[in-house]
Design a protein around this ligand. Structure first.
Ligand SMILES: [Ca+2]
Ligand SMILES: [Ca+2]
Length: 310
């Protein structure tokens, strides 16, 4: 009987382990947020709240057991503000050691200082397992070993059980504005990938709009007349489309243009509403009677309103 129970217990542990291996998850913490699958990590030590002083994500269900069982550790990161510094961004591997839980830090960015990360570009770390750079900091386990290669780290902590793997951004303090932001995607821990961007949508497929696409959609939403009123500057507003495109081209990216289309469409709806209810004319009476008389006035107000909307 005892044997049976043991077998059953072993079986359920195996099931749990299999379930955990399937359900690999990356969970943001602190000020970490995701959008379209991409993780944004902020360290802001200059504002009132402390939640965003450090941000990161923890990775579970990777199947990692001991430190030596980590075969892949990589990420793509984009330091949007301001730089890599003070050991951030980094991977953090928590280990069960004979003297308690200790962290090994694996620094991202260029060795040996791990500063000087080009801002606003995606940087692929490559697989950090096997790295000959001194980017492994094992000094929590053994003093003086903060500049170790992978081989040195492996020799020191390879046999220890891993109890947590995370990616951390926490050096806001190192910058004049007390704020550091790093975007992260395609984090790989062994066979698991975290924060993969949602299927790169082509232009106009939900991932944003090119200037021409944005203007075509707006022309459809507003109607040709209102569109010409909103953007046109020459006879009959014939140059409206060109004016719209050059205006849209000044926006930051396709996502910003998509948002602008929504915003302008809403604003234009309000213009139409105002024109048809006569609001803004200073007299709400005799609407039906005054309708024809003020039609021209409505047109003028409508134009002003639309031009303001775009
Ligand atoms: Ca803060
Ligand atoms: Ca900053």
């Amino acid at each position: 009987m005892r044997r049976l129970i043991t077998l059953a217990a072993a079986a359920s542990v195996a099931v749990l382990a299999a379930a955990a291996a399937l359900a690999a998850t990356g969970t943001p913490f602190g000020g970490g947020t995701t959008q379209n699958g991409i993780l944004t990590l902020v360290s802001n030590t200059g504002d009132a709240g402390s939640t965003n002083d450090a941000s990161g994500a923890t990775f579970t269900g990777t199947g990692v057991t001991t430190f030596s069982s980590i075969g892949t550790l990589s990420a793509e990161f984009n330091v949007t503000d301001d730089d890599c510094s003070g050991g951030s961004p980094r991977f953090q591997v928590q280990l069960q050691t004979p003297s308690g839980a200790k962290n090994v830090f694996v620094y991202l960015g260029p060795a040996p200082s791990f500063t000087g990360c080009s801002p606003n570009v995606w940087i692929a770390s490559g697989n950090l397992v096997g790295s000959g750079d001194g980017r492994y900091d094992t000094s929590q386990v053994q003093a003086g070993t903060q500049v170790s290669t992978y081989a040195q780290a492996l020799a020191l902590v390879g046999g220890f059980q891993v109890t947590g793997i995370s990616l951390v951004v926490d050096s806001g303090w190192a910058f004049a504005d007390k704020e550091q932001t790093v975007m992260v995607r395609n984090v790989k821990v062994n066979d698991s990938t975290f924060f993969a961007p949602e299927t790169n949508p082509g232009p106009g497929e939900g991932g944003g709009k090119s200037p021409a696409q944005a203007c075509r959609q707006l022309r459809g939403e507003l109607g040709a007349d209102a569109f010409r009123m909103a953007y046109g500057t020459n006879h009959n507003g014939r140059n409206a489309f060109g004016k719209c495109v050059s205006k849209m081209a000044r926006l930051k990216n396709d996502e910003a243009r998509e948002a602008a289309v929504v915003r302008i469409d809403r604003a234009a709806d309000r213009c139409t509403e105002r024109a048809t209810t006569g609001r803004g004319h200073g007299h709400g009476h005799g609407h039906a009677k005054s309708h024809d008389k003020s039609k021209r006035g409505h047109g003028k107000n409508m134009r002003a309103c639309l031009r303001h909307a775009v």
